[in-house]
Design a protein around this ligand. Structure first.
Ligand code: MG
Length: 280
Protein backbone atom coordinates (compact mmCIF):
# COMPACT_ATOMS: atom_id res chain seq x y z
CA UNK A 1 0.00 0.00 0.00
CA UNK A 2 1.18 3.49 -0.83
CA UNK A 3 0.91 6.48 1.43
CA UNK A 4 -2.54 7.39 2.79
CA UNK A 5 -4.67 4.67 1.13
CA UNK A 6 -8.32 5.69 1.39
CA UNK A 7 -10.64 3.67 3.55
CA UNK A 8 -14.03 3.51 5.14
CA UNK A 9 -15.39 2.26 8.45
CA UNK A 10 -17.41 -0.89 7.80
CA UNK A 11 -19.75 -3.19 9.70
CA UNK A 12 -21.13 -6.70 9.29
CA UNK A 13 -23.95 -6.88 11.83
CA UNK A 14 -22.95 -4.45 14.60
CA UNK A 15 -21.83 -0.84 14.53
CA UNK A 16 -22.49 2.20 12.39
CA UNK A 17 -20.20 1.49 9.43
CA UNK A 18 -21.15 0.74 5.84
CA UNK A 19 -21.72 -2.77 4.53
CA UNK A 20 -18.78 -4.39 2.78
CA UNK A 21 -20.72 -4.32 -0.50
CA UNK A 22 -20.99 -0.53 -0.19
CA UNK A 23 -17.24 -0.26 0.40
CA UNK A 24 -16.74 -2.27 -2.78
CA UNK A 25 -19.18 -0.11 -4.73
CA UNK A 26 -17.37 3.02 -3.55
CA UNK A 27 -14.10 1.51 -4.73
CA UNK A 28 -12.16 1.97 -1.47
CA UNK A 29 -8.98 -0.10 -1.11
CA UNK A 30 -9.11 -0.44 2.71
CA UNK A 31 -11.59 -0.77 5.55
CA UNK A 32 -11.61 -0.80 9.30
CA UNK A 33 -14.20 -3.24 10.64
CA UNK A 34 -16.48 -2.90 13.63
CA UNK A 35 -16.24 -6.35 15.24
CA UNK A 36 -19.31 -8.43 14.46
CA UNK A 37 -21.49 -9.94 17.18
CA UNK A 38 -20.26 -13.06 18.95
CA UNK A 39 -22.36 -15.42 16.82
CA UNK A 40 -20.59 -14.11 13.71
CA UNK A 41 -17.07 -14.38 15.14
CA UNK A 42 -16.56 -18.00 14.16
CA UNK A 43 -13.57 -19.31 12.17
CA UNK A 44 -15.98 -20.18 9.31
CA UNK A 45 -17.38 -16.63 9.27
CA UNK A 46 -13.82 -15.28 9.31
CA UNK A 47 -12.85 -17.41 6.29
CA UNK A 48 -15.97 -16.34 4.37
CA UNK A 49 -15.23 -12.70 5.18
CA UNK A 50 -11.59 -13.04 4.11
CA UNK A 51 -12.70 -14.51 0.79
CA UNK A 52 -15.06 -11.58 0.21
CA UNK A 53 -12.28 -9.10 1.00
CA UNK A 54 -10.01 -10.85 -1.47
CA UNK A 55 -12.68 -10.91 -4.18
CA UNK A 56 -13.36 -7.20 -3.62
CA UNK A 57 -9.66 -6.26 -3.48
CA UNK A 58 -10.07 -4.68 -0.05
CA UNK A 59 -7.45 -4.74 2.72
CA UNK A 60 -8.68 -4.88 6.32
CA UNK A 61 -6.50 -2.55 8.41
CA UNK A 62 -8.07 -2.68 11.90
CA UNK A 63 -10.83 -4.35 13.91
CA UNK A 64 -12.76 -2.19 16.39
CA UNK A 65 -14.25 -3.66 19.53
CA UNK A 66 -17.69 -2.55 20.65
CA UNK A 67 -20.03 -3.90 23.29
CA UNK A 68 -23.74 -4.49 23.84
CA UNK A 69 -25.16 -1.89 26.20
CA UNK A 70 -22.99 1.00 25.01
CA UNK A 71 -24.92 4.19 24.34
CA UNK A 72 -23.72 7.46 22.85
CA UNK A 73 -27.02 9.23 23.65
CA UNK A 74 -25.31 12.08 25.51
CA UNK A 75 -21.97 12.67 27.20
CA UNK A 76 -22.95 11.45 30.72
CA UNK A 77 -24.44 8.28 29.16
CA UNK A 78 -21.17 7.63 27.32
CA UNK A 79 -19.29 7.92 30.61
CA UNK A 80 -21.68 5.46 32.23
CA UNK A 81 -21.94 2.87 29.45
CA UNK A 82 -18.96 2.91 27.06
CA UNK A 83 -15.82 0.82 27.04
CA UNK A 84 -13.81 -0.94 29.71
CA UNK A 85 -13.98 1.80 32.36
CA UNK A 86 -17.47 1.10 33.85
CA UNK A 87 -16.83 -1.45 36.64
CA UNK A 88 -20.08 -3.46 36.36
CA UNK A 89 -19.45 -4.63 32.80
CA UNK A 90 -15.64 -4.57 32.81
CA UNK A 91 -14.82 -8.25 33.37
CA UNK A 92 -17.21 -9.55 30.71
CA UNK A 93 -16.20 -6.89 28.20
CA UNK A 94 -12.48 -7.49 28.79
CA UNK A 95 -13.04 -11.15 28.00
CA UNK A 96 -15.00 -10.17 24.88
CA UNK A 97 -12.29 -7.70 23.80
CA UNK A 98 -9.73 -10.51 23.98
CA UNK A 99 -12.03 -12.71 21.87
CA UNK A 100 -12.33 -9.86 19.37
CA UNK A 101 -8.53 -9.60 19.24
CA UNK A 102 -8.35 -13.36 18.60
CA UNK A 103 -10.95 -13.01 15.83
CA UNK A 104 -8.84 -10.20 14.34
CA UNK A 105 -5.83 -12.51 14.47
CA UNK A 106 -7.73 -15.11 12.43
CA UNK A 107 -8.34 -12.28 9.93
CA UNK A 108 -4.55 -11.57 9.97
CA UNK A 109 -5.15 -8.09 11.37
CA UNK A 110 -2.42 -6.53 13.48
CA UNK A 111 -4.47 -3.66 14.89
CA UNK A 112 -7.37 -3.82 17.30
CA UNK A 113 -8.98 -0.66 18.58
CA UNK A 114 -11.71 0.58 20.86
CA UNK A 115 -13.31 3.41 22.76
CA UNK A 116 -11.84 2.67 26.18
CA UNK A 117 -14.42 4.90 27.89
CA UNK A 118 -13.89 8.04 29.95
CA UNK A 119 -10.54 7.66 31.68
CA UNK A 120 -10.94 9.10 35.21
CA UNK A 121 -9.21 12.46 35.65
CA UNK A 122 -7.83 11.73 39.10
CA UNK A 123 -4.75 9.56 38.54
CA UNK A 124 -4.77 8.60 42.23
CA UNK A 125 -8.32 7.25 42.15
CA UNK A 126 -9.04 3.56 42.33
CA UNK A 127 -10.98 3.74 39.06
CA UNK A 128 -7.92 5.20 37.27
CA UNK A 129 -5.72 2.41 38.63
CA UNK A 130 -8.28 -0.19 37.55
CA UNK A 131 -8.43 1.39 34.08
CA UNK A 132 -4.64 1.16 33.82
CA UNK A 133 -4.76 -2.50 34.87
CA UNK A 134 -7.44 -3.49 32.35
CA UNK A 135 -5.65 -1.64 29.54
CA UNK A 136 -2.39 -3.46 30.35
CA UNK A 137 -4.27 -6.75 30.43
CA UNK A 138 -5.74 -6.17 26.94
CA UNK A 139 -2.40 -4.84 25.60
CA UNK A 140 -0.62 -7.94 26.87
CA UNK A 141 -3.20 -10.20 25.23
CA UNK A 142 -2.78 -8.31 21.95
CA UNK A 143 1.01 -8.53 22.28
CA UNK A 144 0.78 -12.33 22.38
CA UNK A 145 -1.23 -12.11 19.14
CA UNK A 146 1.41 -9.85 17.60
CA UNK A 147 -1.08 -6.98 17.64
CA UNK A 148 -1.20 -3.35 18.71
CA UNK A 149 -4.08 -1.76 20.60
CA UNK A 150 -5.28 1.64 19.38
CA UNK A 151 -7.33 3.94 21.59
CA UNK A 152 -9.94 6.03 19.80
CA UNK A 153 -9.64 9.69 20.72
CA UNK A 154 -12.40 11.97 21.89
CA UNK A 155 -13.14 11.28 25.49
CA UNK A 156 -9.82 12.71 26.73
CA UNK A 157 -7.84 15.85 26.10
CA UNK A 158 -4.52 15.31 24.31
CA UNK A 159 -2.62 15.89 27.55
CA UNK A 160 -4.76 13.44 29.53
CA UNK A 161 -4.37 10.81 26.82
CA UNK A 162 -0.59 11.23 26.74
CA UNK A 163 -0.38 10.95 30.53
CA UNK A 164 -2.55 7.82 30.47
CA UNK A 165 -0.52 6.11 27.73
CA UNK A 166 2.64 6.97 29.67
CA UNK A 167 1.18 5.40 32.81
CA UNK A 168 0.07 2.20 31.03
CA UNK A 169 3.70 1.57 30.00
CA UNK A 170 3.09 -0.82 27.14
CA UNK A 171 4.88 -0.48 23.82
CA UNK A 172 1.97 -1.78 21.73
CA UNK A 173 -0.46 0.94 22.84
CA UNK A 174 -1.19 3.62 20.24
CA UNK A 175 -3.89 6.04 19.10
CA UNK A 176 -6.63 5.99 16.47
CA UNK A 177 -7.02 9.74 16.00
CA UNK A 178 -10.55 11.00 15.31
CA UNK A 179 -10.49 14.80 14.88
CA UNK A 180 -14.29 15.15 14.92
CA UNK A 181 -14.56 13.44 18.27
CA UNK A 182 -12.33 16.10 19.86
CA UNK A 183 -14.94 18.63 18.72
CA UNK A 184 -18.03 16.54 19.46
CA UNK A 185 -16.88 15.79 23.03
CA UNK A 186 -15.37 19.25 23.45
CA UNK A 187 -11.97 17.88 24.50
CA UNK A 188 -9.79 20.25 22.50
CA UNK A 189 -8.97 21.79 19.16
CA UNK A 190 -8.17 18.74 16.98
CA UNK A 191 -5.18 20.10 15.05
CA UNK A 192 -3.38 21.20 18.21
CA UNK A 193 -4.24 17.84 19.79
CA UNK A 194 -2.88 15.93 16.80
CA UNK A 195 0.42 17.81 17.02
CA UNK A 196 0.70 16.79 20.68
CA UNK A 197 -0.15 13.10 20.33
CA UNK A 198 1.17 12.61 16.78
CA UNK A 199 3.95 10.23 17.71
CA UNK A 200 1.37 7.70 18.94
CA UNK A 201 -1.04 8.04 16.01
CA UNK A 202 -1.01 4.81 13.98
CA UNK A 203 -4.52 4.98 12.47
CA UNK A 204 -7.02 7.77 11.89
CA UNK A 205 -10.61 8.57 11.16
CA UNK A 206 -11.56 11.20 8.63
CA UNK A 207 -14.69 12.58 10.21
CA UNK A 208 -15.95 16.13 10.64
CA UNK A 209 -18.04 17.92 13.23
CA UNK A 210 -19.21 21.25 14.58
CA UNK A 211 -18.62 22.55 18.07
CA UNK A 212 -21.50 22.58 20.54
CA UNK A 213 -22.54 25.90 22.05
CA UNK A 214 -21.27 24.59 25.39
CA UNK A 215 -18.48 22.14 24.45
CA UNK A 216 -18.09 19.27 26.89
CA UNK A 217 -21.57 19.82 28.35
CA UNK A 218 -23.50 18.80 25.27
CA UNK A 219 -22.68 17.06 21.99
CA UNK A 220 -21.34 18.87 19.01
CA UNK A 221 -22.88 17.81 15.69
CA UNK A 222 -21.24 15.40 13.22
CA UNK A 223 -21.03 16.91 9.73
CA UNK A 224 -20.26 15.70 6.21
CA UNK A 225 -16.49 15.71 5.60
CA UNK A 226 -15.28 19.20 4.74
CA UNK A 227 -18.38 20.91 6.14
CA UNK A 228 -17.47 20.89 9.83
CA UNK A 229 -14.94 22.70 11.99
CA UNK A 230 -11.97 20.28 11.62
CA UNK A 231 -10.49 21.86 8.50
CA UNK A 232 -9.63 18.87 6.30
CA UNK A 233 -6.75 20.45 4.42
CA UNK A 234 -5.11 21.51 7.66
CA UNK A 235 -5.81 18.04 9.10
CA UNK A 236 -3.99 16.31 6.24
CA UNK A 237 -1.12 18.80 6.37
CA UNK A 238 -0.77 18.09 10.08
CA UNK A 239 -0.88 14.31 9.52
CA UNK A 240 1.96 14.81 7.06
CA UNK A 241 3.86 16.96 9.57
CA UNK A 242 3.61 14.28 12.29
CA UNK A 243 4.80 11.64 9.81
CA UNK A 244 1.55 9.68 9.47
CA UNK A 245 1.40 7.58 6.29
CA UNK A 246 -1.31 5.01 7.13
CA UNK A 247 -4.89 4.70 5.85
CA UNK A 248 -7.33 7.63 5.79
CA UNK A 249 -10.46 5.90 7.05
CA UNK A 250 -13.69 7.81 6.48
CA UNK A 251 -16.28 7.46 9.18
CA UNK A 252 -19.81 8.82 8.78
CA UNK A 253 -22.04 7.63 11.56
CA UNK A 254 -25.48 7.87 9.99
CA UNK A 255 -26.12 4.17 9.37
CA UNK A 256 -29.87 4.80 9.84
CA UNK A 257 -29.75 6.69 6.49
CA UNK A 258 -27.76 4.31 4.26
CA UNK A 259 -28.34 6.14 0.96
CA UNK A 260 -27.26 9.47 2.41
CA UNK A 261 -24.33 7.76 4.14
CA UNK A 262 -23.13 6.28 0.85
CA UNK A 263 -23.50 9.57 -1.03
CA UNK A 264 -21.66 11.55 1.62
CA UNK A 265 -18.85 9.00 1.81
CA UNK A 266 -18.55 9.20 -1.98
CA UNK A 267 -18.18 12.95 -1.66
CA UNK A 268 -15.64 12.52 1.15
CA UNK A 269 -13.59 10.16 -1.05
CA UNK A 270 -13.45 12.80 -3.79
CA UNK A 271 -12.44 15.50 -1.31
CA UNK A 272 -9.66 13.35 0.16
CA UNK A 273 -8.44 12.35 -3.30
CA UNK A 274 -8.13 16.04 -4.21
CA UNK A 275 -6.37 16.90 -0.96
CA UNK A 276 -3.99 13.94 -1.29
CA UNK A 277 -3.01 15.13 -4.76
CA UNK A 278 -2.42 18.62 -3.41
CA UNK A 279 -0.63 17.76 -0.17
CA UNK A 280 0.45 14.11 -0.19
MG1 MG B 1 -14.13 7.55 15.13
Amino acid sequence: MGKWPLGVFASIDAGLGVKLEVAKELGVPTIQLHAPEKKSRTPQAAQAFLKKLKDYGITLTAVFGGFAGESYADIPTVARTVGLVPPETRAARTQEMKEIADFAKVLSVKVVALHLGFVPHDAKSQLYQETLAVTRDVCDHCQKNGQALHLETGQETADALLAFIGDVKRNNLFINFDPANMILYGTGEPIAALKKVGRYVKSVHCKDGKWAKNPGQEWGVEAPLGQGDVGMENYLRTLKEVGYTGPLTIEREIAQEPERQKAEIGHALRLLTELKAKIG
